[in-house]
Design a protein around this ligand. Structure first.
Ligand code: C2O
Ligand code: CU
Length: 429
């Protein structure tokens, strides 16, 4: 499988606007859908047709560290005209995605992101299985991508939010569905900052998996919140009648906009019992009682700032000096990558990270290489995730078994934040 990152020109804006110059994988936005069966070997050659270095990070896939795609940490960045071969086993069935991990705000905002689906070896039966990629774009009136990638306001506020939302790169994604049919919908948020809040009509929905990992029991919901980089697999029963529409709408400040529309037609299907869980992936034991606790304090950004300054590249700086370096956030008093990891974990060790969000913003915290669970205040554990939303002033604690050796990033997936301070790493050895 070849994945070529390069420039392309595609119709992203509505039809009455011109085409948009994008950067894309195999000239598609979203990038070409990669689909494997659980246990398959993944062999992908990345060809760099950009005029700047790039890599591919396989978001949410549990793979060997050398395949993780982090330049300067797990591999050298792939120079323009050069290539790199990614090879690993698709261990887990689920919905994953891939994106560059070099100059990420710009490369992903320009269109470099695609979905990787791993089908269960015993594939559950649905009437349809659809991928829905949610994204936003910051477009000019001429439908060009605005080249504000290091805007200080974005860095220090909620990230680089777009002014135009698409599903699968289109303003008007539509599907056909039969009344009463049961769909599996794989929602993926590839935006670099936007938290989508989705409501549905004409559908009864259950969350069946989060970030590629099935829930023990599908949970019926009326609304879905999906932060940057997260995935939500829904099981959706079409309750709309023939000649009606079922809609997935994005709740925005000024109203709810249809992002995906199902045109319902045909003969009604028989009503079914509530959906069964998807088959689980094989995960390590996680006993939070046996864990070592390593706190993470997040500070900075507009409104609250870094009044005590922070360390950047080994030097203590005040807020002004940090801003001159484009740094606005800190983890445990350090802006950006530190020489030392946040956690030095022994292989197999259980780590808990209580996260204190002292900023005025939400952050989508992502751990590479391993899934974690939330440890709730009452001691119970949440579902497996690779990206979790931290809300200001709300305590959040995660726990994971450090069973994958290597150097793994832990960063905010609001990528303007990651670039301006919110990146650290974990060493498992
Ligand atoms: Cu989806 Cu470090 O990335
Ligand atoms: Cu953030």
């Amino acid at each position: 499988q070849l994945l070529r990152a390069g420039p392309a020109r595609l119709q992203i804006a509505p039809p009455d606007f011109p085409e948009t110059d994008v950067w894309a994988f195999n000239a598609q936005v979203p990038g070409q859908l990669l689909r494997y069966r659980q246990g398959d070997q993944v062999n992908v050659r990345l060809d760099n047709g950009l005029d700047q270095p790039t890599t591919v990070h396989w978001h949410g896939l549990r793979l060997p560290n050398a395949m993780d795609g982090v330049p300067g940490m797990t591999q050298a960045a792939v120079a323009p005209g050069d290539h790199f071969d990614y090879q690993f086993t698709a261990r887990d069935a689920g919905t994953f995605w891939y994106h560059p991990h070099a100059n990420s705000t710009e490369q992903i905002s320009r269109g470099l992101a695609g979905v990787l689906v791993v089908d269960e070896s015993d594939r559950p039966d649905f009437d349809a299985d659809e991928v829905i990629v949610l994204d936003d774009w910051r477009m000019t009136q001429e439908a060009a991508i605005h080249d504000s990638f290091e805007d200080w306001h974005d860095l220090s506020h909620a990230g680089r939010l777009g002014n135009y939302v698409t599903a699968n790169g289109k303003p008007d994604l539509t599907f056909d569905a039969a009344p009463g049919s049961r769909l599996r919908l794989r929602l993926v948020n590839t935006s670099t900052a936007r938290i989508f809040r989705l409501r549905v009509s004409g559908l009864r929905i259950w969350v069946a998996a989060l970030d590629g990992m099935p829930l023990e029991t599908p949970r019926e919901v009326s609304e879905v919140v999906i932060a940057s980089a997260q995935r939500v697999d829904l099981i959706a029963d079409v309750t709309a009648q023939a000649d009606e529409e079922a809609i997935i709408g994005s709740v925005e400040r000024d109203g709810t906009y249809a992002t995906a529309v199902f045109r319902v037609a045909g003969a009604a299907q028989a009503k079914r019992p509530d959906p069964a869980p998807l088959p689980p992936n094989q995960m390590p034991d996680l006993n939070p009682a046996a864990a070592r606790s390593v706190p993470l304090i997040m500070e900075g950004g507009a409104m609250r700032g870094l009044p005590g300054g922070a360390i950047w590249q080994g030097a203590k700086m005040d807020m002004r000096e940090l801003a001159d370096m484009g740094q606005f956030w800190a983890f445990n008093g350090v802006a950006g990558m530190a020489d030392d990891p946040l956690v030095d974990a022994a292989l197999g060790e259980v780590i808990r990270i209580p996260i204190t969000n002292r900023t005025a913003f939400a952050h989508a915290m992502h751990l590479h290489g391993m899934h974690f669970r939330e440890v709730r205040a009452d001691g119970t554990m949440g579902p497996l995730r690779d990206t979790i939303l931290s809300i200001p002033n709300e305590p959040l604690e995660i726990a994971f078994t450090a069973d994958n050796p290597g150097k793994w990033l832990l960063h905010c997936h609001m990528l303007a934040h990651a670039a301006s301070g919110m990146t650290t790493w974990i060493d498992v050895a």
